[in-house]
Design a protein around this ligand. Structure first.
Ligand code: ZN
Length: 121
């Protein structure tokens, strides 16, 4: 699924099935771990079968999961964490679907996808 080049710190390259980390932008161990978990979640999801209404739903769900498990995972309280996930998911989905559609789609799949921590739980 085409989620390449979504973040300055890394991306999952579905064509060659590899996670690419952009060392120039990674400043700390936390950056590295968050980016790696985020992109590995995309790698995992690319091999999963799922039923989605559209490619935007698929992308939005993947971004919600990758942000929830990756860069937003340690944020508290829950409300702030969900805001982090929401913002990052909309920003990444927007690249593929446009802003209006991204916001609508993230809203539709948020509750289901944010609680799906596979394969970490
Ligand atoms: Zn992503």
């Amino acid at each position: 699924m085409g989620t390449n080049q979504e973040s300055r710190m890394g991306y999952y390259d579905s064509r060659y099935k590899r996670v690419v980390l952009c060392c120039d932008y990674i400043r700390s161990r936390d950056d590295l771990e968050d980016t790696l978990v985020h992109e590995l979640t995309h790698a995992f999801d690319s091999l999963r079968k799922g039923k989605f209404k559209s490619i935007c739903h698929l992308v939005a769900c993947g971004e919600i999961r990758a942000s929830a498990l990756g860069q937003c995972a340690d944020i508290t309280p829950e409300k702030k964490k969900n805001q982090c996930i929401w913002n990052d998911a909309v920003r990444s989905t927007e690249i593929h679907c446009g802003l209006e559609r991204a916001e609508k789609t993230v809203r539709e799949v948020f509750d289901n996808c944010v609680h799906d921590a596979t394969p970490f739980q």
